[in-house]
Design a protein around this ligand. Sequence first.
Ligand SMILES: [Mg+2]
Length: 205
Amino acid sequence: MDIDETVLDNARYQVQMLRDGTRYDSESWDRWVALRGAAPVPGVVDFIGTGQALGFQFAFVTNRSCRTRPGSSDACPQHADTMANLESVGIDTASTTLMLRADRPPERCRPLLTEAEQAEGRWSSDKTSRRACAALDHDIVMLFGDQLGDFTEVENVAPGASNRARAADHRQDWGTRWFMLPNPTYGAWQPRTSAEKRELLNGIE
Ligand SMILES: [Mg+2]
């Protein structure tokens, strides 16, 4: 499962930007992550609890990024923040795996890394190798997300012909193994909207 707008609902952060008249930036986002205050997406706590009771395990693959904070030597305080937020909404994280962007891959998954990831020694924003890492010792039965990259490798984050074709290649997966949650507040669809709509959306961001 992806996390943001799939498991955790960051509407309060969005509303704060609206009130402050600001746009997304990595500093304000990290302050929000540190608050550990995101709400659960409706239904997700019951869904995960029911799945766990049936013996399924959950892996969270998120592009929340590891970054140090002033005055702390922790290379990835976002890991503990995200786990604490998941627990605070009622998710039992004892048997879960959490893989963040820019986190260090476990040794056993190193052969799965892309060349760029091998060079950096960290997960990139492309989730393909992290899914492969989770699949090393698990059968992946379902994927959940709000962006195409939560399901498959995408050549370009903006929607376009290549991504439409890729989504169409997986027609049999949508709604059976792959579950896309709508995200009306942000996503790869934004740059593809008309100039007029974009102007309007920027006005209400
Ligand atoms: Mg998301």
